[in-house]
Design a protein around this ligand. Structure first.
Ligand code: GLN
Length: 551
């Protein structure tokens, strides 16, 4: 922690899902573009040690950092906005805090004292805030988002810790930003500030006076409303920031800047930093809205009714749309529906197919059928993690003629072309037993993968237990599957592709975790480019046959 590190705490009130993660990320971006060195951190008040064992239905996507932490999906937004790789220090849960304190207690670390929420739990939380700044280089600003909503019982120790923290570091080094909702009553056509007043009151009761209020609203806040909020919430009018709904999350920093939020923050924290340079960012946002062509890409998975489960994939498509000057429309296709209805009905018209990662056998046969359809019909395809595993099973079955499968779903499958890694076999606990985080991968020259990346060695993030079974590598290759990426020791298959196809590629890692708004990931960029080409070719064919008919 540098002596001059500043701290911003972001809390949320009234309701959840107000976009605290995006607000935090946007502040991060604005400060970063002012030349400041920024770190973001999220506190999650649940008791799970990490979201790794939680169902995507409950929690949405599990975001994995380079150092292999399984974290909240907000970390994905942080990394995408500030374009910086974060570490496990950026996600702290109640479970982790208590685990650390209880372990210390068992080791006698508290020398016989009674261990209590205050000061022991709160001290551990404060330690984690300081640790976020401990990043090797001089961190100027740590932005900590407190998950949940003020008033939640489980969030209290975190709020108490951040209350104390300001006393520890001095008020010129620490501010509280509260994100709240201004409700709109349609019948009365009126904006209502009472819920905001209550949530700020709740914060003040525990000793936190917000310095800035960010007010989510469907309708503009006029001066009168701002004055009212200011009066009742004990802030200045200029400290009431309007956050009107915008069509793209990437527009939020631009709106915040217009409202003067970053000026206010640097002023309050006594930071010397020039106005932010948002030129590139604004250009990127302009492109999101201005694409003239579009493509439709099917995501064929298990959690398609819950878009949070595929957050990073959705964002990656936005980035790769920008890079290709197209709008990517996602068609959600439930893999189980393909099992019942066959692939044609659902996939006939799409310009590309993506099979994402996943766990459990539900929908597996539907995914395999979708991949076969993509391969045989020449539809651009990208498989991710389980998507690669399904592609290998599909190839082994339908091209190599093997009765193949993955031992994840069938212990007795005659040809387990996807099998457990040896070192995983002995492990029994569910949490933390996966191959997690960034690993190097060496690409084979002359392959599609190599063309897309343009380099020989890449590093990508993983989250899986099963692998391509090396015993079948030769058979797969003899039948035309190309293994285009391998771990440096050659032992683990990282990428496969099928060259007899416009674009058919799959990775054992998760490329979506490294796509950035300004730098679309090569695999997504390649898929969208291929989809664009496919669509144009189809339209060309249609035009040609129409011309023939009219001749
Ligand atoms: N269930 C598979 C495995 O554990 C794939 C995991 C994933 O897609 N993230 O290997």
């Amino acid at each position: 922690m540098g002596d001059r590190t500043k701290y911003i705490f972001i809390t949320g009130g009234v309701v959840s899902s107000l976009g605290k993660g995006i607000a935090s990320s946007s502040i991060g971006l604005l400060l970063k573009q002012r030349g400041l060195n920024v770190i973001l951190q999220k506190f999650d008040p649940y008791i799970n040690v990490d979201p790794g064992t939680m169902s995507p239905f409950q929690h949405g996507e599990v975001y994995v950092t380079d150092d292999g932490a399984e974290t909240d999906l907000d970390l994905g937004h942080y990394e995408r906005f500030i374009d910086r790789d974060l570490s496990q220090r950026s996600n702290v849960t109640t479970g982790q805090v208590y685990e650390a304190v209880i372990n210390r207690e068992r080791e006698g670390g508290y020398l016989g004292r009674t261990v209590q929420v205050i000061p022991h739990i709160t001290d551990e939380i404060k330690y984690r805030i300081r640790m976020a700044a401990e990043n090797g280089d001089d961190v100027d600003v740590v932005i900590t988002e407190i998950g949940g909503t003020t008033g939640d019982i489980e969030g209290l120790p975190f709020l108490e810790a951040i209350r104390q923290f300001r006393l520890d570091v001095g008020k010129e080094n620490c501010i509280y930003v509260h994100l709240t909702l201004i409700t709109y009553i349609k019948a009365a056509r009126e904006l209502k500030t009472k819920p905001t007043q209550h949530s700020v009151k709740g914060l003040r009761e525990i000793g936190i006076q917000p310095d800035i209020l960010i007010c989510r609203t469907e309708h503009p806040l006029n001066q009168e409303i701002k004055a009212k909020i200011a009066l009742f919430c004990n802030v200045e009018e200029e400290e009431v920031i309007e956050a009107r709904d915008v069509p793209s999350i990437y527009q939020v920093p631009i709106s915040f800047k217009k409202e003067g939020l970053d000026d206010l923050i640097v002023q309050k924290l006594h930071l010397e930093a020039p106005p932010p340079d948002l030129k590139e960012w604004e250009e990127m946002v302009r492109k999101i809205y201005s694409a003239k062509e579009d493509v439709e890409i099917a995501i064929c998975g298990k959690y398609v009714h819950l878009v949070d489960a595929y957050k990073s994939i959705i964002e990656s498509f936005i980035h790769s749309g920008v890079a290709n000057d197209v709008t990517v429309n996602i068609k959600w296709v439930d893999a189980e529906k393909i099992e019942k209805e066959g692939p044609e009905v659902n996939l006939e018209k799409v310009d590309g197919i993506l099979v994402p990662g996943g766990f459990g056998d539900r929908g597996i046969e539907g995914k395999i059928a979708a991949i076969r359809y993509a391969r045989e019909q020449g539809i651009p395809f990208l498989g991710i993690c389980l998507g690669l595993q399904c592609a290998v099973v599909e190839f082994a079955r339908n091209v190599c003629g093997l009765e193949a499968g993955s031992s994840e779903f069938d212990d007795d499958v005659p040809h387990p072309v996807i099998d457990l890694m040896l070192e995983q076999r002995s492990r029994s606990k569910m949490g933390g037993t996966m191959r997690l985080g960034s690993y190097p991968c060496v690409l084979e020259e002359g392959t599609l993968a190599y063309r897309l990346y343009g380099v020989k060695e890449i590093g990508e993030r993983h989250r899986h237990r099963w692998e391509v079974n090396n015993a079948y590598r030769e058979t797969l290759e003899e039948h035309g599957l190309v293994i285009s990426g391998l771990s440096p020791d050659g032992d683990l298959v990282e990428m496969v592709e099928f060259p007899d196809h416009q674009f058919f590629i799959a990775s054992q890692f998760h490329p979506e975790l490294k796509s950035r708004p300004q730098r679309a990931h090569p695999l997504f960029k390649g898929l969208v480019a291929a989809a664009k080409e496919k669509k144009r070719a189809r339209e060309g064919e249609r035009d040609a046959s129409a011309a023939v008919r009219s001749d």
